[in-house]
Unconditional design. Structure first.
Length: 115
């Protein structure tokens, strides 16, 4: 499974940004897909996950601001980030997990929140 993340960039505090993660396989065959992030000097942390049935889970720090979604027809998972804060600045990574098979990471995409 190969994952290609895109959509990072510079955004002002309070603004919005969308990330995309395109998979090389049908994502309907993937049990969990998600987004993680890693800020400088910090450990990688969960941002949001979505199951192949559409159940979602969010870190407390992004609840109500970020939305994860998936388009099975496009084999793509999205992360819509609204009302971003400077502390959202990080490299964002797409992930995929096939239960019994393993996990996969995409390359990171930088998100910088700054005025």
């Amino acid at each position: 499974v190969q994952l290609q993340a895109s959509g990072g960039g510079l955004v002002q505090p309070g603004g919005s940004l969308g990330l995309s993660c395109a998979a090389s396989v049908s994502i309907s065959s993937i049990d969990y897909m998600g987004w993680y992030r890693q800020a400088p000097g910090k450990q990688r942390e969960l941002v949001a996950t979505i199951t192949n049935r559409g159940s979602t889970n969010y870190a407390d720090s992004v609840k109500g601001r970020f939305t994860i979604s998936r388009d099975n027809a496009k084999n793509t998972v999205y992360l819509q980030m609204n009302r971003v804060k400077p502390e959202d600045t990080a490299v964002y990574y797409c992930s995929a997990v096939r239960l019994g098979s393993g996990g996969y990471w995409g390359q990171g995409t930088q998100v910088t929140v700054s005025s």
